[in-house]
Design a protein around this ligand. Sequence first.
Ligand SMILES: *Cc1c(COP(=O)(O)O)cnc(C)c1O
Length: 427
Amino acid sequence: MEALLELYNQMGISPAVYEYGEKALAGLTERFAQIDKIAELNQAKVIAAMQKNRVSAACFAATTGYGYDDVGRDNLERVYADVFHTEAALVRPQITCGTHALTVALSANLLPGDELLSPVGLPYDTLQEVIGIRESPCSLKEYGVSYRQVDLLPDGSFDYDGIKKAINEKTKLVTIQRSKGYATRPTFSVTQIGELIAFVKSIKPDIVCMVDNCYGEFVEEIEPSDVGADMTVGSLIKNPGGGLAPIGGYIVGTKNCIDRCAYRLSAPGLGQEVGANLGLMPALYQGFFMAPTVVAGAEKGAIFAANLYEPLGFRCVPDAKESRHDIIQAVELKSEEGMIAFCKGIQAAAPVDSFATPLPWDMPGYNDKVIMAAGAFVQGSSIELSADGPIRPPYAVYFQGGLTWQHAKLGILMSLQKMMDAGLVEL
Ligand SMILES: *Cc1c(COP(=O)(O)O)cnc(C)c1O
């Protein structure tokens, strides 16, 4: 391994940082093996769905214009529906991002006078304008959809009493965010989400339960759609795109909900019949095929990061030992300087744009300044190695992705090196 050490040294990683990393890694063999086991199951799930739906070269052909009878697109949606065990799926490059997918799911299934309930506290930053928690033209609030929220209890668990009280005759849809987003609460397991859905439906059976599944796909053996979610929603430039999808979002769920989503995305009457694939099918199929192993690599990176930073006195969420339900690792770096140094390291380890210097900026949709490190083949892709976070206490950087475990490892070592270089940690 002398060649590796020498190369790392040339790249700026000191022997001390490398050795510290190797020590942390030695204790992780068992956990990494468990992750590989889950990846094996999810890989088999995807292959079985592709075989069942007879995926062939014909599915990879480009279509343009209206996209009527788009075999590749329609079949990809059946593959998604089979993997998530749902009646239907909407998987489209015309869905521009995760926020868009969630917006389609919400606005298609909420009518004026209906109420939306979040039983898990404040939703992800960009959804606040969608809902109207922060004012915006075309928010759900502007269309007469009211919003109610029940915060988590101080220990991070669901406030079942509060939720029961909040559900009323207007409550139409419950939105459950699986991943922590830019919060430092724990991410929910699919089992926990299932318990929450069962509770909500025991009070009012016809409530539509939607799960924001961003960053959660393929981390566990089951998905929210396996535990009663009517709609499960995510972005293709996160987990299920496997790093290859250049754009897109998905919504899987009941036929009734997905039909409405399709009418909202295109037009009433048109629904899923239109939407040319623009030649993106090879990337969307192959990305979905790669996704289980890519997610496994990203998860190993997240665990490695926690096991590197926690012993140095930085709070990590999840902590170094905890079980994982998404690929995000929050590391509280205690200062703006810490966030900048960490992000510089991630950037410096990237295959693309490694020469760039990440700086805090005012990003649309976010309330505080945000810093982002990303040197990605797909711009903004956060299944590729990336780190970001709003500049506000506790100065947590949210670290995620890595198309390969080896790249994730290099990025984390480099982040630690930059922290050391800035005098913010000592080994
Ligand atoms: C990424 C993310 C979204 C959507 O974000 P986009 O940047 O629009 O794709 C929504 N919710 C959560 C929890 C997320 O992590």
